[in-house]
Design a protein around this ligand. Sequence first.
Ligand code: SF4
Length: 273
Amino acid sequence: MADGSKIEWTDVTWNPVRGCTKISPGCKHCYAERFAERFRGVQGHPYEQGFDLRLVPEKLMEPLEWRESRMVFVNSMSDLFQDDVPEDYIEAVCCVMVAARWHTFQVLTKRAARMRQLLSRKLRFAASAPNIWWGVSVEDRRHGLPRISELAASPARVRFLSVEPLLEDLGRIDLRGIHWVIVGGESGPGARPMKPEWVLSIREQCGEHAVPFFFKQWGGKRKSAAGRVLEGRTYDEFPETRTDGIPTLIERVLAVMSARKFSGPKLLMQFGT
Ligand code: SF4
């Protein structure tokens, strides 16, 4: 089964890859690293290898087993577009997402350049799928804004920004071609503060461009105490979801076959499913 998620903007997480390396200031207090490293060396635990990168092919077909339609955050404990994740493996992940069209998949990365390159060629079939949303993390101007440009230049059908942890005022953001914006402050030990005016600026810009706005949290050491109310209300907007209804057994079997066929004899088989 999937891990039910406490993340406000998704239903479940799916991690066909585990582990990652830090690449920008938003990674400083990476929750996934903190969680994974607690279990390093614990035999038989999914994070026995701590936060070291590893593929998890036995998880590849998991979404095809879920009968109810879900919002699925892909690789909450990793980044699918890290250099060391083979292209063929990323393609296999995409084959499953395309076949499991009754779910909405949310793919979020800090490796925006690699995502754009792959969506422009090898992964074109997945870029245009209405049930896959492609997003980039944006924590500051220097690292985050170039990722938005990469995302906008990609052929993704649905594009979103996860502006979390928001570390400074982003100024004017180019929201052309962006379909959803999530904003949140950092939480946990050592959390860096987020100023209300930074959030309000993004909310205003989303309003100007009619982009759905989701305010996830203020963050801080005790995130539940700080809550997620912004000027007297919560913001829980989403882009339009386009998924098929709940599949019959036959449809699920066909989807599994299609994932295998799509990927050809090599991919899903090669990765052990
Ligand atoms: S990219 Fe994401 S998962 Fe990877 S280290 Fe940074 S915050 Fe953690």
